[in-house]
Design a protein around this ligand. Structure first.
Ligand code: FE2
Length: 190
């Protein structure tokens, strides 16, 4: 593990802690865990992007909080552009302050900038690892109830469907299928 990675991890954890978003720390760790399962021995940029991809949530501004509350808010283009775009800027600025190599900074930014929607092979890899980390921490961890109380049943179902349907790898779909099915079953019972 490089010193740069360790610094990023500390920065991400401190930022989430300060924002009172402790489950995001677990989600970041599980995203990295799954990424390493899907691609053993990933490069440093993939590891840094995995741990920091949701950093925007530690610095969420009012406009994004408002978008999230609108119908379809968590799955629309406006949300993805702001969530991915601001996260990219935050982690890019942090890495520059750490005097990271330009090539690494650009690669991390490229990865975080499409972690929700995917794109090239590595962006898809991060997106898929993020989906497993989402199901494992927020869905199987029963945080669905919290999501329902915040955005309602319909929007929660939309988000869960999106996080499942966006997965590129069939292997990853198989891993999350049981969590997806039970979450959908729970939602239709309530
Ligand atoms: Fe995530």
């Amino acid at each position: 593990m490089t010193d740069l990675y360790k610094n990023v991890e500390q920065y991400v954890f401190d930022s989430f802690r300060r924002a009172g978003r402790v489950p995001e720390i677990l989600h970041a760790l599980r995203t990295l865990y799954w990424l390493e399962k899907l691609r053993p021995d990933p490069d440093e940029a993939l590891r840094i992007a995995s741990i920091s991809h949701d950093i925007e949530r530690a610095f969420r501004q009012k406009d994004v909080k408002e978008i999230v509350k609108k119908p379809g808010g968590l799955t629309n283009k406006e949300y993805f552009e702001k969530h991915e775009g601001r996260g990219t800027k935050i982690i890019g600025d942090y890495l520059e302050k750490q005097s990271a190599k330009k090539e690494l900074v650009n690669r991390v930014k490229m990865l975080v900038s499409r972690h929700e929607r995917g794109g090239n092979e590595d962006q898809n890899l991060l997106k898929d690892a993020d989906s497993i980390g989402f199901f494992e921490v927020y869905v199987a961890g029963k945080a669905t109830a919290e999501m329902v109380s915040y955005i309602g049943e319909n929007e929660t179902k939309k988000k869960i469907d999106f996080m499942y349907n966006r997965i590129t790898s069939n292997e990853v779909k198989k891993i999350v299928k049981k969590w997806y099915n039970s979450a959908i079953a729970d939602l239709s019972l309530s």
